[in-house]
Each structure stands twice: as C-alpha cells, then as structure tokens.
Design a binder for this molecule. Structure first.
Ligand SMILES: Cc1ncc(COP(=O)(O)O)c(C=O)c1O
Length: 384
C-alpha cells in the first residue's frame, strides 16, 4: 500500500495499515452499509466484544477494564474530564517537557477548569539512564499532586520510559495516567503488571490497525467515576448492549464509523503471521533496525548516541546541529526539504524549543537498512 517512490521513516506518527487488514475493515463497512440499522443495533456490539477480548489478551489486560477510544488524545481527555470533577482548586497535574503537546494542552485546560495547575518536569535529552526520569518525577510530586501523566514511549525523543517502576512508587496514593500511544506492538506490554490507574494507547501506530482505533484501560477502583470525553447514551444506562456501565460510557459515543476498532483482531493476526516468530520477532527486528538506522545517521553526522540502547524501542531520535538561519517553526524546514527534494518522510521537530531540533527515525517491517543510508546521504548534503 505504501508509495514505493517514498522512503517511509515515520511509521511513528500515523502508522501504516496492511492491505489484508484494510480488506477486513472494508468487509465490515459493506456489512454496515447493507443495513446500517441492523449493523449498529445488532451486529456492532458482539463484534466489538470480540475485538475487546482479542486486544485485552494481547495487552495482558482484563477486558472488563478495557474500552475503545478513537485515539490516545481522546483517551487522555476522557481521563481528565472524569477526574476533574473530583479535584479541588490547588491540585496539581504533573507532566514533563516530553509530554505530547496535545495531551499537555488537555491537562492545562483541565487544570484551569478545577482551579489547579500543571507542573512541568524537565527530563533531559540526551539522557544517560532511566533512573534520571524516576528521580526527577519523584522530586516533583507533592501532597498537592492529584495525577501524574507519563509517556511510555516519548514522541519527540523516542525513549522508552521506566513506567512500571514509577507506577510502583506512586500508586495507589497518586493515580498515574500513562500515555502509551506508541507502545502496543512496539514493546512487550503487560498492563496488569504495570498496574497504572489509567493507560491509553493507539492501535493505529504499531499494531498497524486502521486509523481511529485506540484504547483506554482503567483500574477497577476508578471505573465507577469514568465517562468518555463525549457524553452519550451510556450516561443513563441508555446503551444496554454493553456488559457494564463503564463499558457503556465508551462503547457508544455517538454515531461514527466503528470499523477501525472492529478490525483490530485482524491487525493483530495479520502482523503476527508476517514473521515466523510472530509479534516477538516483529518487535525485536524493528528494535534492531531502529538502532542500526540511528547509528548510520549518527555516524554520518558524527553525533554520539543520545540514549542507552535499552531505552529505544523502534523509534530513535537524534539532536541535529542548529543552522545559523534557524527559524522558530515547530516543524523544521529541513523536514519539508527531505519530503520534497529527497522523497524521505521523517519528522524533524523543534525540541526542546526552536531553533534546537531533533530528527526521529522509525523502523517497521517495510523498512530496510538502505533507507537509513539514504537519509544519511540526504542529511550530509543538506547540513553540509
Ligand atoms: C506520546 C503520544 N501521545 C499521544 C499521541 C496522539 O496520538 P493521536 O493523535 O492518535 O491521539 C501521540 C501521537 O503521535 C504521541 O506520540
């Protein structure tokens, strides 16, 4: 499906869905449009339950605590909207300088609604060890902390964070919301052993489902207070097809195209069948390719690796030299040049703030080592 004329080194942003999975989604769409009423009122919920069960098994999670949401942004917003009615003025939400911008915005707006504030913890990049993250988060937490929002795999810097260790320190006194947008399919996940109050992530990135499939897992003690960012029938038990009040809040949030979430089991199967070693081999080979790709680019630009290999999944970032005529746009003009002149899709973000910037490579099954050599050649030419 991917355009063969382009070097795709940005699986991280929006994923890419195999045609076999799109075919399953298309079949659901045909069934839906043949009889929309019968599909929505009779066929949808059983298909959703199958999808939920398959995803729960993959994630090591209990299906009773698992709901689908359209994307991780929606998952984060749902948690914040559900918690904020219980929070008092002065309460604090802890985020970091590596929190995804959309999710930080959601925390800021939420804090303004209950009269609280957002504490922004600075996590360095380059980084020497995951213990730096644990230490910095630990020292930002006070008796005012009502929620800690942590990324499992950071967007700008591509690092896998020690979330299980942090959850073990903070919970149950302080609820933790993990934004694991990139994690499922990239790193091995067992949500039960992580034990966070809230975990949201996308299926449309590294599980390679169609776009619009993501999930939120909520620990049992929080389920009675949860509602989706869009209040719908479930609020007054008006969606009886669901097996619990918690599920009903999210199983129906208004009419939409549910086929992406229904195609999640197909994505799990199609990807697992792609390699003899299934998901484990996919994760390992992507990880090895990401490290090899990062080293090719780092060598070409004479940069040191900015993080230990163990903190990398299948995306890896490198700080780039800052040009003299640098501007202040979030997406660096170099990204546009790589897109237009070199036909390479790779993000170059302003980080931590413009004009400083990072380039972030991805490694997915369709990538080859030559993709990174091509990027290295382009960067050598562009950066002189
Ligand atoms: C860490 C992180 N959180 C949240 C998101 C948002 O994902 P979505 O746009 O699917 O909500 C992203 C997207 O790249 C991300 O990297």
């Amino acid at each position: 499906m991917l355009d063969p004329g382009v070097v795709h080194l940005n699986h991280g942003s929006f994923g890419a869905c195999p045609t076999d999975v799109l075919d399953v989604q298309a079949q659901f769409r045909i069934e839906m449009e043949r009889n929309p009423v019968a599909f929505m009122l009779h066929d949808y919920q059983p298909a959703l339950e199958q999808s939920r069960e398959a995803l729960a098994e993959f994630l090591g999670a209990d299906a009773a605590g698992l709901v689908f949401v359209p994307n991780a942004t929606y998952g984060v917003n749902s948690v914040l909207r559900s918690l904020e009615t219980q929070l008092s003025p002065g309460a604090e939400i802890v985020v970091t300088n590596q929190t995804y911008n959309a999710c930080r915005n959601a925390a800021i707006v939420s804090a303004s609604r209950f009269g609280g504030s957002v504490i922004d913890v600075d996590i360095p990049f380059p980084i020497e060890s995951p213990s730096v993250i644990v230490d910095r988060i630990r020292s930002a937490v006070t008796e005012r902390t009502a929620l800690v929002m942590l990324d499992h795999v950071t967007s700008p810097t591509g690092l896998v964070w020690p979330v299980a260790e942090l959850v073990a320190e903070l919970e149950p006194d302080i609820p933790v919301l993990i934004d694991g947008a990139h994690a499922p399919g990239m790193i091995e996940l067992d949500l039960s052993s992580i034990g966070a109050s809230f975990y949201t992530a996308n299926c449309h990135k590294w599980i390679c489902s169609p776009k619009g499939a993501a999930f939120l897992h909520v620990a049992e003690r929080h389920r009675p207070h949860m509602h989706a960012a869009a209040i719908s029938h479930g609020h007054n038990d008006g969606w009886p097809a669901s097996s619990s009040r918690f599920h009903a809040q999210f199983d129906w949030t208004g009419t939409d195209d549910p086929t992406a979430r229904l195609a999640v089991p197909a994505a799990l199967e199609v990807m697992a069948a792609h390699r003899p070693g299934g998901w484990e081999e996919i994760r390992r080979s992507n990880h090895e390719l990401a490290l090899a790709g990062r080293d090719i680019v780092a060598d070409a630009l004479q940069l040191a690796a900015p993080a230990p290999d163990a903190m990398i999944g299948s995306i890896a970032a490198l700080p780039l030299p800052v040009p003299e005529d640098a501007g202040d746009s979030i997406f660096d003009p170099l990204m546009e040049r790589l897109h237009h002149e070199w036909k390479i899709e790779v993000p170059v973000f302003a980080w931590p703030t413009a004009p400083e910037r990072v380039i972030r490579i991805s490694a997915q099954q369709y990538n080859e080592i030559d993709d990174y050599h091509r990027l290295a050649e382009a960067l050598r030419a562009e950066l002189g």
